[in-house]
Design a protein around this ligand. Sequence first.
Ligand code: V47
Length: 373
Amino acid sequence: MAESFAVHGDLTRIRRKIERNERLDREDGLALYASPDLAAIGQLANEASERKNGRRVTYIVNRHINYSNICGITCVFCAFGKRPGEADGYEFSMEEILARAGEAASAGATELHIVGGLHPTLPYDFYPEMLRAIKSRHPSLHLKAFTAVEIDYFATLSGKTLERVLLDLMDAGLDSLPGGGAEVFSERVRQKLFREKMGAERWLEVHDVAHRLGLRSNATLLYGHIERDDEKVDHLLRLREQQDRSRGFLTYIPLRFHPDNTPLEKLPEARGIRTLREIAVGRLLLDNFDHVKIYWIMAGLEVAQIALGYGADDFDGTVVEEKIYHMAGARTPEKLSEAELRSIITEAGKSPAKRDTLYRRVESSQGAITPAS
Ligand code: V47
C-alpha cells in the first residue's frame, strides 16, 4: 500500500515538473521505469511529443545497405557479424552496392542508411570511395552512413584523427551518422556483451566531433538483454548532456534486442509493453531531442503503431532490405510501401508527413499534404 502511494506520488511529482517546464532528473527516470502505470506515463509522453511536433508523425522513404557483415570483433549480442571465413559472411561488390543505390533512387528514396561490420582487410580508402561512387551517380540521395564504432575503427585503421576521418568521408559525400553502436552506456554490460567494442566515452566523442563539424546524427539504446533500469537512465542522461553541449542529435531510437542466433537466445524477448515504456521514458527524459523514432523492424509493426500514442513521432521507414535484425530472428517483413506507412500512421490517429533525413518536409504523391503543426 505504502509503495503504491509512493509510486502514485512519483507520477504526480513528475507531471507537476513537466507542467512547470522543469527538467526531469535521475530519480524521476528511475520512477518512470518502476511505475506500474504505463498508461499514465504514455499519456505524459504523448503530450510531450505533441507539444513538440503536434499530431504529425513523419516517415522516410529510405533503403538500408548493409555492405558487409564480416567483422574482426565478436559481440555477444550480435547475430549479424561473422568472422572472416565463417559461413554466412558476405561482402557486396561495388557493383552490388551501386545496384542497390540505383534501385533506391528509382523507388523515390531520399536516404541510404549504410552500415557494416568492422571488416579486417578492406583498406581505409574503400569507405570514401564507396560514398563517392554512390554520390557521383545519385547526388540527391542523403548518405547516412557508418556508426560511431565504424568511424572509430576507420581512425585506427588509417592512423588519422576522428576529425580527419570524418572530413575525408564528408568530402566523399557523407551527410550524417546513424545512431547505432551505443548499446547501453554501462561498463558492466560492455564487459559482458561487447568488451572488444568502444565504450561510452568514445561513442560520445565521435558524435561530439561530428556535431562540431556540422554533421547531424542519431542516438540509440539497445534494451531487452541484461541491462538494468538505472543503466538506461544514466544512458539517457548522458545523451541529454551531450545534446546540451553539441546540439547535433536529430532523433532518439530505442532498439529492442533480438536474441535468436546469439549466445543469449535463452533470454526472454522483450515484449511490447517494454517497447512502449522505452519510447515513453525516452520522450520524457530527452527534453532536448526534437524527435523519438520507432523502428518498426525491431519493435514489430503492431507495437510500433501503438508506440505512436506513447511518445514516438517518427516511423522509420521503407527500409527494403535489412540484415542486422533478420539474422537475429526478427519476424517482421523487410520493407513497407509508402502507402502502407501512411495508412499505419493515419489509423493511429496521427497525421502522416513524409520527411527527409534532416526532418524537412518532402511532398508525397501518396496523399494530401498535411499542414505542418
Ligand atoms: O548498434 C545488433 C543493434 C544496431 C542486434 O540511426 C541488435 O536512424 C537487436 O543503429 N538484436 C544497428 N539489435 C541498428 C541501428 C539503427 C537502426 C535503425 C535506424 C537507425 C538510425 C539506427 O542494431 C546496433 C545494435 O545496437 N543490434 N544486434 C540484435 N541481435
